[in-house]
Design a protein around this ligand. Sequence first.
Ligand SMILES: Cc1ncc(COP(=O)(O)O)c(C=O)c1O
Length: 397
Amino acid sequence: MASSQLPPPQLSERITRLTSSLVREILAAAQAPGMISFAGGLPSAEAMPLLRDMPHSHDWMSPVFQQYGQSEGEPILRARLADWLAECGMQVSPQQTLVLSGSQQGIDLAAKLFVDPGTPMLCEAPTYLAALQAFQLFGANCLGLPLTDDGIDPALLAQMIETHKPRAIYLIPTFQNPSGHCYSAENRRALAEVLDHYALPLIEDEPYRELMYDEVDRTPICSLLKRAPWIYLGSFSKTLWPGWRVGFLAASSDLFPHLLRLKQAGDLHTNRPGQIRVANWLACNERHQDLMNLRNTYRTKRDAMNNALTTTFGHLADWETPAGGLFFWLKLRNAKDTRPLLKIALEHNVVFMPGEAFYPASGEPAFGTMRLNFSHANADDMKKGLATLAKIFEEYK
Ligand SMILES: Cc1ncc(COP(=O)(O)O)c(C=O)c1O
């Protein structure tokens, strides 16, 4: 039978909710030669640590690590993750850690753990697009909490919990994607109290934690919880190499066994050579210098972007200088939908992320926002690309 005569395959009902991520589509356009990209969150190759093997390193090429491994992850990596988390202020045992194929997998596991069709889930507005995509695939009704200068309003959080009875909340408190915000110490404590009061599970996602350029409080909210269940997600994609696909979670003991089984069902385990390379890096003395180099490189890029923005967008938009992470979040004074401008920008070989895309469907998007990445473009392209963008936005006015 010719394929045109075949009936269409029957797919699960959740496939109707599977949206293609705007970021992925824009990233494809951003690869075109000559394109100046402010769109993705790609780490800069010049900032990434050198790949080196130390004399004391475990041999990641050994046949042992080419075999199937444990779903939990390599014991040596789990032990070092517990030490690394202790440095971040989280007291967890290696048995509470689970190695992931990128922290994106942790979001997927959390979605499978909590979400049925119609389940209310709380998140920030705006929030990470691919988290919305993962929660919505399983039918979540994602309800957004507006970001304030401080974090999110604890009174509003309590009210949303009372009204909507959500099953969990997803937050990115440190150098948030897309806004670059970092929650204050007081806000972190106040939110932990509310979550404890309602025993609402927290999914805390921290891939940008190490990219800190100005000293700020980064206490994990999970470390402040006394009774609410929690999942803490971390990643080496922004500090080492995203292509290794090594991330991790730590979770409270009531959630951990379910997450482990979900991981097993999903991909058996994370790639072993990559895990060993991360474990080696965590044990090497050079890692402190690596992180310092990374921060210095990105701080210089951030400052260059801030200067270029001041000359090009100073009369068009307002923004805060992010203390860490990879993004500037611009609020245009002429608050119109920026999505139609993306096509015009692409015709001029510049690409940015319209801010409207980062809002959960249930609320009103804040029109006139955009996310600009500063890690990827070099200094000359940065100036040139921003001048082009500003001209497009000026004409739109
Ligand atoms: C907030 C957030 N969470 C998770 C991820 C996924 O990171 P990973 O490469 O560890 O899967 C990203 C990637 O950009 C992100 O911005």
